[in-house]
Design a protein around this ligand. Structure first.
Ligand code: ADP
Ligand code: AMP
Length: 232
């Protein structure tokens, strides 16, 4: 099974992706996480990417496609994969199609996390991330047991630079200008499944779970949508 999680920043893609990837043993590829690792490690890619991520712009397609190709080529994705934050532009979507085609693979579904801008600003202002393992929390909606400390590894929690309100607004503009067009791209291919991502974390998780289960039951994509989600 190969899935894409698509939607604005802060829609809850990463929160749900980590759960689904573990539950279904899917190889999890999150380009944003990889860029943050590269920046922290001071690699040439990190140095090139930093100015873009800091300001909420997209990293140029050639760099990100190259990064994605490397990640996809690593062992582990044979049994299935979940792509979070890639593709984000039409050239990236076309590159993904080509890469999968070369490997004789296809996408099973693209889940569109639909949520209003106000919720995104609210969610991102309270997001905290573990410096060590990358786990994500929210000060209200997914609070760690001990403030500032990761439940999973004890690492320090920090606020991402690009989660500051002004940068978040810029990221939302960038999403509308460059990524939203992918909704039509995948709708036209019969792959788009809308998830009401404005609900609480557990409710979104349940909807997603049902929707992914339904894909397995109806791999020819003729199955009806489960409650809370619709194939578009
Ligand atoms: P994305 O990967 O789409 O950028 P995240 O999964 O990191 O978004 O979620 C952004 C923030 O919102 C995090 O702090 C997360 O804990 C919180 N969050 C995720 N899903 C929900 C939800 N359904 N309701 C409230 N907060 C949420
Ligand atoms: P994310 O962790 O998905 O919110 O991504 C954080 C930042 O990394 C984005 O604001 C972009 O600057 C960059 N980024 C991540 N994925 C991509 C991508 N597919 N294309 C371009 N830039 C990306």
């Amino acid at each position: 099974m190969r899935l894409v999680f698509l939607g604005p920043p802060g829609a809850g893609k990463g929160t749900q992706a980590t759960v689904q990837a573990e539950k279904r043993a899917l190889h999890y590829i999150a380009t944003g996480d990889e860029l943050r690792k590269a920046i922290a490690a001071g690699t040439p890619l990190g140095e090139q990417a930093k100015a873009y991520t800091d300001s909420g712009q997209l990293v140029p397609d050639d760099l990100i496609i190259e990064l994605f190709k490397d990640l996809l080529g690593k062992p582990g994705s044979e049994g299935g994969a979940l792509f979070d934050g890639f593709p984000r532009t039409l050239p990236q979507a076309e590159a993904l199609d080509r890469m999968l085609e070369e490997g004789g693979k296809t996408l099973d579904a693209v889940f569109y996390f639909d949520v209003i801008d106000e919720a995104v600003v609210h969610r991102l202002s309270g997001r905290r991330v573990c410096r060590r393992c990358g786990a994500t929390y929210h000060v209200v909606y997914k609070a760690p047991r001990q403030e500032g400390v990761c439940d999973k590894c004890g690492g320090e929690l920090y606020q991402r630079d690009d989660d500051l309100p002004e940068t978040v607004r810029n990221r939302l503009r960038v999403y509308q200008a460059q990524t939203a067009a992918l909704l039509d791209y995948y709708r036209d291919r019969g792959l788009l499944v809308r998830i009401d991502a404005g609900k609480a974390i557990d409710d979104v998780g349940q909807m997603l779970d049902d929707a992914i289960d339904a894909l397995g039951d109806h791999s020819d994509h003729t199955g009806g949508p489960a409650a809370g989600q619709e194939r578009l």
